[in-house]
Every structure is written in structure tokens, then in C-alpha cells.
Design a protein around this ligand. Sequence first.
Ligand code: CU
Length: 125
Amino acid sequence: MTVRKSSTALAALALTAGLAAAATQADAHAAFVSATPAANATVAAPKQITVRLSEKLAPKFSSFDLMKTDGSKVPVKAAVAPKDKKTLVAAVPATLAPGTYRVMWHAVAADDGHPSKGDFNFTVR
Ligand SMILES: [Cu+2]
């Protein structure tokens, strides 16, 4: 009986730990909120790209790349905006030619160090 009892206790402990971890992740991962240009929007060539996330970000580990559909990179330098610390901002140095572009962002939440990432497209008319 002792063995059975302790294994039940272990299972309960594991379940509790799992639930606690799941709750923490749901609370603290930096998730996509909005962007300019908006995801899937067709716009005039933007001078700036912003990606707003749900958490304050660790600046060293949070950024995005701008890619053309052929996989080549458009050189931009995205940084965490000091104002709210949740927004990634990059100036677009050259006028983007018409076509579809992909923004691939990655972020680390400042509070718990959890990484997250995502991507979206926009089209320049
Ligand atoms: Cu997290």
C-alpha cells in the first residue's frame, strides 16, 4: 500500500507542476498583438515597420527580419521601442519595391525569459 500511495502522490505532484507551468507560459509569453503594416495588408511602401507584442521584451533577444518571397533579406535593424518595451520597430532604409514581404519576429519575454516567434506577410502595391 505504501508504494501505491506514494506513486499516486507523485502523479498528483506531476500534474500540479504541469498545470502551473502551463499557466505561467500562457501568462508570460510575448504573443503577437498587432503590426504596421498589418498582417496580410496591401499598402504603399512603408517607411517604418512595427510589431507589437503582449509582453515587455528583453532587447538583446528580441527583433525581426524582413524577407522577400525569394528568401533574401531586406536589411533592417529592428529594436525594442523604449517607450513601452513591447514593440519592435525598424526604419525601412530604402523604398520597398512592389511585392510581398515577410516579417519574421522573435522575442524573449523580459520577466520569465521565455522565447516566442512568429511571422506574417504584407504586400507593397
Ligand atoms: Cu513565458
